[in-house]
Design a protein around this ligand. Structure first.
Ligand code: PEP
Ligand code: MG
Length: 582
């Protein structure tokens, strides 16, 4: 077996060694071939066996779902099982195989196209959308037919490997909706062909706290199911079929990495204070209420960003006020009076409720997303605001508005917030009357005008993921430009600095909740620039705290000034590296 390596963009650190588990885009791989008459019966049997395997797999998944798994997931699986039993999928393809003397994959694909066409004619949008279920079921059947699950067909075998954390997911892409489901599993790592360093897929990888690499371009073509691979999330390299020597070297590095992680545990309860006594707040970013456990375990002193959109994913309906309230209240209560910054819905662009139903538009990142979408759909916003306000009675909830661009948007938001408050007062429902309202600074226009926003808000939070995307005109999800995505670009640093200064001038707190806050190479620079609050995935808190404990404010202030005086990334990078040594 030849050994080779593939290079991509490392998005979550650590080393994983395990077997590749390919998630294929099976539909694209179906070819058509004719069969001699005497092989037709065998082909029909191959098809029936595939149906039986898929059925067994789905039943196994269904019974292994955790009790607290969203009901939607179980409902999805039941629907798929029902479809599998329907004649149109289980019997008609056999007739096609016989009549057309073709291979099973082709027959089921033809039948699927036919069913999908029929669904397309349905007027009811919900029913029309069920075609996606048909496609997903057929994909499963085709995967089995193509032998993609050969080494892993037995769900039992898969779950043993999963338990031992020896399975590495290899996919073309993983939608945030898929990735959120992986929280239930224990993959050792995941790698994808597409994606950028701050795509939501990458962010979720970090939240799973497993090594991962995106933008590998052709990993799925080059790696076979079941092959041994090493994932080095630090440098973004995948080594396929490593030699004995390389494997030994990586096993050693993996042990060292784990040892370092254990050492970091020693500072878990240490306060994040610089050498000269300045307190730096280290908050956590969370996606679902269950993430609070990880945030607390890492010693986070608050939630700096709760991305509520994940509550809206993997489902066909919208969560109502009660469901939202329960989720927000759970976080507020669990944090016992520590700040819980809940961001209002940031849907659109790379965070779609259901990627299959994306309305195509030329530039989704510049389209109707986040606060723009909420202001355009005030009933959805009203429901969320009421749920947020109700939760505020049970803890220290703060509201954060994403993607603000104009003061008009802010004022309209305030109006709608006031309307939600009024409606609760009318219903005699209690909430925190002094709830703080903050805005995300993630559009260059907002950063340039940060003082005006600071003037009308209680706090600011810089979303560097989008701020970098919009400043440098680099799609955060596009692997082709992932290498150009650089937080140290002088213009990005200037916008961050302007925002921090605006907050300081008006005595409003400023935090960073983008991925930059969790990058230990940036910590000292950001402290030097005046940042006192960082919010990141819980898995990064300890390594950032270690930087804080070694920071000397006066020194960093001088160094940061020097960095901000530079206009060339090539000069900035070595200077930042140097002052990380301080
Ligand atoms: C950001 O843009 O930096 C941010 C924190 O928001 P999100 O990544 O959810 O877009
Ligand atoms: Mg953002």
């Amino acid at each position: 077996m030849t050994s080779f390596s593939i290079h991509g963009v490392g998005v979550s650190s650590g080393i994983a060694i395990g077997q590749a588990h390919l998630v294929s885009n099976a539909l694209l791989e179906v070819v058509h071939y004719q069969l001699p008459k005497h092989l037709i019966n065998d082909e029909i049997k191959r098809f029936s066996d595939a149906i039986a395997t898929v059925k067994a797999d789905l039943e196994q998944i269904n019974s292994s779902l955790r009790k607290n798994a969203p009901a939607e997931i179980s409902a999805f699986i039941s629907t798929h099982l029902m479809m599998l039993e329907d004649k149109s999928l289980s019997e008609i393809p056999k007739e096609i195989i016989k009549n057309e003397q073709c291979n099973a994959e082709w027959a089921i694909k033809l039948q699927m196209d036919d069913i999908v066409d029929q669904f397309e004619q349905i007027e009811d949008e919900y029913l029309r959308e069920r075609k996606q279920d048909v496609i997903q079921v057929v994909e499963r059947i085709i995967k089995v037919l193509l032998g993609h699950q050969n080494q892993l067909t037995s769900a039992q075998q898969t779950s043993v490997l999963l338990q031992e954390r020896k399975l590495i997911l290899v996919a073309r892409d993983i939608s945030p909706a898929d990735a959120i489901q992986f929280k239930q599993h224990q993959f050792a790592a995941f790698i994808t062909d597409v994606g950028g360093a701050t795509s939501h897929t990458a962010i979720l990888a970090r939240s799973l706290n497993i090594p991962s690499i995106v933008a590998l371009q052709r990993a799925r073509d080059l790696i076979n199911d079941g092959e041994l691979i090493i994932v080095d999330g630090d440098i973004g390299v995948v080594i396929v079929n490593p030699s004995k020597e390389i494997l030994a070297e990586y096993k050693l590095r993996q042990e060292q990495w784990e040892l370092e992680q254990q050492k970091l545990q020693r500072i878990k309860t240490t306060k994040a204070i610089t050498i000269d006594g300045t307190v730096i707040e280290l908050f956590a970013n969370i996606e679902v209420p269950e993430d609070v456990a990880a945030a607390k375990a890492a010693g986070a002193t608050g939630i700096g960003l709760y991305r509520t959109e994940f509550l809206f994913m993997n489902r066909r309906d919208m969560p109502d006020e009660e469901e939202q309230f329960i989720a927000y209240k759970a976080v507020a209560l669990a944090m016992k009076g520590a700040p819980v910054t809940i961001r209002t819905l940031d849907l659109g662009a790379d965070k779609q409720i259901n990627p299959d139903s994306v309305v195509s538009c030329a530039n989704p990142a510049l389209g109707l997303r986040a606060i723009r979408l909420c202001l355009a759909e005030p009933h959805i916003f009203h429901t969320q605001l009421r749920a947020l306000l109700r939760a505020s009675y049970f803890g220290h909830v703060k509201i954060l508005i994403p993607m603000l661009c104009t003061l008009a948007e802010l004022r309209q938001t305030k109006l709608l917030l006031e309307r939600a408050k009024q409606s609760l007062r009318k219903d005699n429902i209690l909430f925190d009357e002094n709830i703080a309202l903050g805005g995300m600074i993630e559009i260059p226009a907002a950063a340039i005008n940060a003082e005006a926003f600071a003037n009308e808000l209680d706090f600011l939070s810089i979303g560097t993921n989008d701020l970098i995307q919009y400043t440098l005109a680099i799609d955060r999800t596009d692997d082709a430009v992932a290498h150009l995505y650089n937080p140290l670009h002088p213009s990005v640093l200037k916008l961050i600095s302007m925002t921090i200064k605006a907050g300081a001038k008006l005595e409003k707190s400023v935090s960073i909740c983008g991925e930059m806050a969790g990058d230990a190479k940036m910590t000292k620079l950001l402290i030097g620039m005046g940042l006192r609050q960082f919010s990141m995935h819980p898995s990064h808190i300890l390594s950032i705290k270690q930087q804080v404990l070694h920071s000397q404010l006066e020194q960093l202030d001088t160094q940061a000034r020097k960095v901000l005086g530079l206009t060339d990334i090539e000069k900035i990078e070595p200077l930042v590296a140097k002052f990380n040594q301080l």
